[in-house]
Ligand binder design. Structure first.
Ligand SMILES: Nc1ncnc2c1ncn2[C@@H]1O[C@H](COP(=O)(O)OP(=O)(O)O)[C@@H](O)[C@H]1O
Ligand SMILES: [Mg+2]
Length: 397
């Protein structure tokens, strides 16, 4: 059976070390290694330009190049080739830095020898191969995702106009039938058309928001979430027949994009409102948990300022990092849900068992999650069946 042959470029100016390393590979059993040895970086570059290579063993201190520059220069010629650093005991720190900059691994010369060295190089080759496959797959998936989002944007955008016509015509017809006091069944059918087109309009609006969140330009500034929540709450209170006790902690400040955070809060509050419908005493609470109160209160007085007007970068970063410690929450005492299904909460179009008797399309939380992720934040929920739900989120813009 033919053994697989790996071409390895050994870049090492110390001839003794180079000899020892080559010897280790000669006795390798599982695979065969063809070691090509060069002692100058320039020679290594010339070799890479002309010959195929599966891995590079690289000493960073060469006669014509020193330190991390050696890796950077060779890295430009060896995009997909794993590079393993050879180092002496006194420059291990440099080798670690090299690994951070893309080298696969490092060996301290004289300490790692024999089979260990051969195995480690082989793993480095395998790892790099998997990394490259992963990169290719990720970029394929990203491209597919973008295509899908563009598709969903175009479809929803193009569906809006005909739908507006259907809605308008159905309303006119309904009005006409009411005036003419037509057959009740006909009026009933028309009511169905109107209701369905309203629902469809909502789905289209949500799909458009969903596909736009990732692309929209963010306008970052301090935002008073208490004021936003109050506005949304007032609107919900006006539309609804039932009363809900809404407790909003004063002065909840966040740093983010007002328009997007408004959408997120709207969805979270709508849900809390909807899923408390069966409660005798529905309560919703909006607040913030401060995991580092001292830092935040030090900076709170600045929140009326636009971040862009704070010229001192250090001060601006301090304000930002203070807000990263905050966990915002929306709590309700409604239906709740089984935590076993918590993972599916944010999947577009997915509705949990508890939602069957309520209107909705299952896009709301997917939008909220995208908005929070757009702000580099996290969102999660805690709930129990029949005992209400709390949604938490952080923002780290
Ligand atoms: N406050 C809440 N209490 C209980 N369940 C909730 C709550 N918010 C969301 N859910 C569950 O998460 C699902 C997804 O929410 P969402 O995407 O907003 O969809 P929709 O509200 O249209 O059903 C809901 O269908 C429901 O099952
Ligand atoms: Mg919803």
């Amino acid at each position: 059976m033919n053994q697989k042959l790996f071409n390895v470029l050994l870049v090492e100016d110390n001839l003794g070390d180079a000899f020892l390393i080559q010897e280790q590979f000669k006795s390798a059993k599982t695979f065969e290694y063809l070691i090509v040895h060069v002692d100058y970086l320039a020679k290594a570059i010339t070799y890479l330009e002309q010959c195929p290579c599966d891995a590079i063993l690289l000493d960073l201190s060469l006669p014509d190049s020193q330190g991390i520059e050696t890796l950077k220069t060779i890295g430009k010629k060896a995009f997909q080739i794993p590079i393993v650093i050879l180092t002496g005991t006194n420059d291990e720190e440099l080798a670690i830095q090299a690994v951070r900059q893309g080298a696969q691994d490092y060996f301290v010369k004289g300490q790692v020898m024999g089979k260990v060295l051969v195995h480690a190089l082989h793993y480095a080759i395998e790892r790099k191969l998997i990394e490259e496959q992963l990169k290719t797959r990720t970029s394929q998936l990203e491209a597919l995702n973008q295509e899908l989002e563009a598709f969903s944007y175009t479809v929803s955008h193009d569906l809006r106009n005909p739908l507006t016509v259907i809605k308008g015509m159905a309303r006119l017809l309904k009005h006409k039938y009411e005036l003419e006091q037509r057959d009740e069944q006909e009026q009933h059918f028309l009511q169905h058309i109107c209701d369905s087109s309203d629902r469809m309009e909502q789905i289209i609006k949500d799909l458009l928001i969903l596909s736009q969140v990732k692309k929209s330009e963010l306008e970052i500034k301090p935002i008073n979430l208490s004021d936003l929540a109050r506005k949304i709450g007032d609107r919900l209170q006006q539309q609804a027949v039932r009363k809900v006790k809404l407790t909003i902690q004063p002065q909840i400040i966040a740093i983010g994009d007002e328009n997007l955070l408004m959408h997120a809060l709207e969805n979270l509050l709508h849900n809390a409102w909807k899923y408390t419908a069966k409660e005798q005493h529905p309560c919703i609470e909006i607040g913030v948990i401060d995991s580092n109160p001292a830092e935040v209160s030090k900076t709170l007085h600045k929140t009326n300022l636009n971040l862009a007007t704070i010229s001192d970068l250090h001060q601006r970063n301090r304000i930002r990092s203070a807000y990263r410690n905050l966990i915002y929450f929306i709590r309700d005492n409604g239906l709740g849900f089984d935590m076993k299904s918590a993972e599916q909460l944010f999947t577009p179009f997915h509705r949990l068992e508890n939602a069957k008797k309520f209107e909705g399309n299952g896009i709301g939380l997917a939008i909220v999650q995208r908005i929070i992720h757009r702000h580099n934040g996290r969102i999660w929920a805690e709930a129990a069946k029949g005992e209400g739900a709390t949604f938490y989120f952080t923002l780290a813009i």
